[in-house]
Design a protein around this ligand. Structure first.
Ligand SMILES: *[C@@H]1O[C@H](CO)[C@@H](O)[C@H](O)[C@H]1NC(C)=O
Length: 251
């Protein structure tokens, strides 16, 4: 009987925890908390690749963005586009180059990631748009290979409470993205010739076009990252990953 009660309590406790056991748990006061997090993320890389449905973490391989609406005017650019079914392969090979946390009365972080390679496919529908002097309207499927991608992301989160449990929600996220090299192809169903000259133009000088698109890339990746983080953070009770200190022993 006593064994049964202990078992029942253990079960109740383990059911209370929503994050899988391989999730990192780091102590708030750990002077090496960055290393704790980096080691923890590394240890769950394969799970991140496949996705962790228990806590709504979508797979990184492929990473899917169902819909992205772009509407932006910038120097040399007027872009109105709807991008659908974006799938990227390569996200699971991310390397974290730098992580800086600030947990002093706030939750702020800066992280620098490197992605050696991303292969992207997406459906696009572009209207009334121009890049430099090129009319870039069209509709179809794009494929692109991008290499040497660095992402600096800075974000702040706030504490929220749901049913008596504390979670974080991202509040502000900004990113700076640099893409080393890119190559694209378009299978355009409306204006195949214009699309193939746009692809040739891009492929001849990807850095020129990527520089023009940069504000848009920064803005879109920040929006994608914020949505991703909030989906994940909403399912991870803070106390399961960030452990408070043991109570100080009585003096
Ligand atoms: C991307 O790379 C793959 C594999 O190397 C290649 O087959 C494909 O044609 C490339 N796509 C583009 C748009 O260059």
């Amino acid at each position: 009987m006593r064994v049964f009660v202990v078992l029942a309590i253990c079960l109740a406790i383990s059911h209370g925890k929503v994050t899988p056991d391989y999730f990192p748990q780091c102590k708030r006061s750990d002077p090496e908390i960055n290393k704790c997090i980096l080691d923890g993320v590394e240890a769950m890389r394969e799970n991140l690749r496949a996705g962790i449905p228990e806590v709504s973490i979508p797979p990184l391989e492929p990473f899917v963005v169902p819909t992205l609406k772009l509407d932006r005017t910038a120097p040399n650019l007027r872009l109105k586009a709807v991008v659908k079914n974006m799938r990227a392969l390569g996200g699971g090979d991310f390397r974290i180059e730098k992580l800086k946390l600030n947990l002093n009365n706030k939750y702020a972080a800066e992280v620098k990631l490197l992605l050696p390679r991303l292969a992207v496919t997406a459906d696009y529908d572009v209207r009334g748009s121009r890049l430099l002097v090129l009319d870039i309207d069209g509709k179809g499927k794009l494929r692109g290979n991008f290499t040497g991608i660095s992402v600096i992301a800075k974000g702040a989160a706030k504490l929220i409470e749901k049913d008596g449990v504390q979670y974080l929600q991202a509040d502000k996220v900004v990113t700076r993205v640099k893409i080393g090299h890119g190559q694209v192809a378009f299978d355009d169903t409306e204006r195949p010739l214009a699309a193939s000259s746009a692809a040739n133009f891009f492929n001849a000088s990807p850095n020129v076009v990527l520089d023009i698109l940069n504000p848009l890339i920064d803005e879109s990746s920040a929006a994608i990252l914020k949505a991703f983080l909030n989906k994940v953070l909403a399912k991870i009770p803070l106390k399961e990953v960030l452990l408070e200190d043991d109570p100080a022993p009585a003096a």
